[in-house]
Design a protein around this ligand. Structure first.
Ligand code: PRX
Length: 655
């Protein structure tokens, strides 16, 4: 239990309910006076005619051919937005700003962990993108081909993404913190033709090998023809003749002009794998026109973006937050952003605040986990720096506990900035439920209300709308940036999201509560997904990693509340006969999971027993595991096959 949170069970015992605070905050009058959205009538107008609303945002983009139909929802859940329209994402993010005379405008103030600083202008991005697009073309990569991206937060990462969009290739970014196993699997599932990576990633002052770490496994990806390697760390990575190329060699030789490929609005833009209820991750597929409309509109409205803002989304490009609010939303809007390569506490705990002061950051967007880490490090680090440039704060990725919300507002926002708690998902592409900072009264811990044009509801188990109370969060109207399918798995797409309440109701996978003011309070996942520091992990994925380790007979994994990371992974493991459970095996298994999935998936807690609590029919009783982990009194355990194992586990948890 967190300091200000209370937990309630959902029958499965896994729902966390944030305690309601009585406090609410009106938007500050100075903010309202200058806000992009200050007319409350936009909600009504957008909700009366959502197509006209989204159409008006789409029209702000540059179309090669105009669309002739806003929405085709005749075959739900497969929506078609902006039919007949043709556009190119990189042209919208780069060319039109350069053509408007803004080539010298800074797109990113990039800061390396080692202190290197670069000002990447729109003109620079434009040229580099075209060169790299030509390099890809030169390797035979074109429209519809899948290109993997496994990169650190370096300037070449957005260039790689934009270059794919320029030629109509579909990028598939894998978070740099995932391991070789996760990269290879995602390349195999998507049949990637090329992979872009770097020799090393800088972490805590040291280059950590990236290319070398995946090199041995790449042979397992049959479709892979080319690997392109950025030299970030001068670390002399292994290179396979004919397959592997250095980025700089390709780009130096490339023509600087590459016309943008006209793409249909519904052509795939990218896929991004995310965890689901099974061990196999889901390839969320987004399309060109709808996605760009959604992210540009929400970026402008939710972050109240102005020409002179310095915007900083401190996420990683490898997650949807990075795709939508580091790359595509900000660039489509011609924003000036900060992009930081490394750890928030390197070389010291004030690194972030030093960055805010140096660039005069005005809008800051981060995750509750990061906010809680900063709270823990202490205000002395924030107080060392002038943070008065900040005018708006955002939060994303997991429910923010009121105490962290208030700390953020007070210590980073100086009590003068609106806080936007933005709820959305990889699948939704763009923010769905969030305050509009010039309009919405906020309540710490609540993402407040759906954005104009978005319709969210709470349903009970039978699909009846809950007017006030808790239940399953659903979205009941299509929106432009909605996922169109799961890559190569349309049936799984329908089954996962669109079958529970009919094919026109999107089942989110989160439980939420709606209060008397119609405010949404996100409670947590209802599927077998654990949210660790805002990172989605599936229990099945971790379980299958554990049982693939030598000496493990069986494993069950649950999410438990954690003060720092929101949730943490608790693994219950049965060693094979003759294998001793204990610290040594625990350390080995943590390393094994890091190897299989990535460090972020390592269980924080582990307990060993000769068997797991099972019913007589052999089903693992996860509810009981949750109670054991929480140290709760256990009710009737007489239905267990072997009640003794429970005692054993309880002892270990106590320790
Ligand atoms: O459970 C919700 C939680 O994160 C899930 C989506 O994870 P992902 O696709 O990785 O995208 C994260 C970044 C958008 C959601 O189903 N979540 C995200 N934002 C919030 C949140 N939970 C509560 N409040 C939020 N603001």
């Amino acid at each position: 239990m967190t300091a200000d949170g209370a937990y309630r069970e959902d029958g499965e015992g896994r729902i966390r309910v944030l305690m309601k605070t009585e406090e609410s905050f009106e938007p500050p009058p100075e903010f309202v006076a200058q806000a992009n959205a200050s007319d409350p009538g936009i909600y009504e107008r957008a909700n009366e005619d959502p197509e006209a609303w989204w159409g008006s945002w789409a029209e702000k983009l540059e179309w090669i051919e105009p669309f002739d139909e806003i929405l085709d929802w005749s075959d739900p859940p497969f929506a078609k937005w902006f039919g007949g329209g043709k556009l190119n994402v990189s042209a919208n993010c780069l060319d039109r700003h350069v053509e408007a005379g803004n080539g010298d405008r800074v797109a990113y103030y990039w800061e390396g962990e080692d202190g290197t600083r670069k000002e990447l202008t729109y003109a620079w991005l434009h040229t580099e993108t075209q060169k790299f697009a030509n390099a890809l073309k030169g390797l035979g990569i074109g429209k519809g081909d899948v290109v993997g991206i496994y990169m650190p937060m370096i300037p070449e990462a957005p260039v790689a993404m934009l270059a794919c969009t320029r030629i109509g290739a579909i990028h598939n970014v894998v978070f740099g913190g995932f391991s070789a196993g996760s990269v290879v699997e995602r390349m195999q599932f998507s049949e990637a033709k090329a992979l872009i990576t770097a020799d090393a990633t800088m972490r805590r002052g040291k280059p950590t090998p990236m290319k070398a770490s995946i090199d041995g496994t790449l042979d397992h990806v049959e479709s892979l023809e080319h690997v392109i390697v950025v030299n970030r760390g001068d670390s002399d990575p292994p290179m396979t003749e004919g397959r592997d190329h250095f980025w700089h060699d390709l780009v130096d030789a490339a023509d600087p002009e590459c016309p943008p490929e006209p793409m249909d609005a519904e052509d795939p833009l990218f896929i991004l794998y995310t965890s689901g209820s099974t061990a196999k991750p889901k390839g969320i597929q987004h399309t060109t026109g709808g996605y760009l409309t959604g992210v540009s509109a929400t970026h402008k409205l939710v972050f109240d973006l102005k020409d002179d803002d310095i915007y900083w989304c401190a996420a990683d490009i490898g997650w949807i937050t990075g795709h939508s609010y580091i790359v595509y939303g900000p660039l489509a809007n011609g924003a000036t952003s900060v992009m930081y390569e490394g750890a928030p506490n390197f070389p010291a705990e004030d690194r972030w605040w030093e960055i805010v002061e140096r660039y005069g950051v005005t809008i800051m967007y981060t995750a509750p986990t990061a906010i809680r880490a900063c709270m823990k490090w202490g205000v002395e680090h924030t107080q060392k720096h002038d943070l008065s440039s900040i005018r708006l704060l955002g939060s994303v990725g997991e429910p923010i506990n009121p105490r962290a919300w208030l700390w953020y507002s007070e210590n980073i926002g100086g009590g003068r900035c609106p806080v936007v708690d933005t709820w959305w998902q990889t699948e939704t592409g763009a923010i769905m439920i969030s305050p509009l900072p010039g309009l919405t009264t906020t309540k710490p811990g609540s993402a407040t209300v759906p954005l104009p044009g978005i319709e969210a509801k709470i349903f009970d188990e039978d699909g009846n709308e809950v007017e006030e109370g808790a239940g399953l969060l659903v979205l009941t109207r299509p929106w432009p940036s909605m996922a169109r399918t799961l890559y190569k798995e349309p049936e799984r797409f329908v089954e996962t999201y669109w079958s529970r309440f009919g094919n026109d109701v999107y089942l989110v996978g989160d439980a939420a509560r709606i209060d008397e003011d119609g405010y949404f309070w996100i409670v947590g996942r209802t599927d077998d997904v654990i949210n660790v520091s805002g990172h989605r992990l599936s229990t099945m994925e971790v379980e299958s990693a554990l049982v693939s380790a030598e000496g493990v007979a069986e494993a069950a994994v649950i999410g438990v509340p954690d003060e720092d990371t929101g949730q943490a992974i608790f693994a219950f493991v049965t060693p094979e006969g003759g294998v001793e459970g204990g610290d040594e095996l625990e350390a080995k298994l943590r390393d094994h999971v890091a190897d299989k999935i990535g460090k972020l998936a390592r269980p924080k807690h582990m307990a060993f027993a000769d068997d797991l609590p099972k019913t007589r029919s052999g089903k693992i009783m996860r509810r009981l595991l949750r109670d054991i982990a929480a140290g709760n009194e256990l009710g009737d355990v007489s239905t267990l096959r072997d009640p003794e194992v429970v005692k054993d586990l309880q002892e270990q948890v106590k320790e």
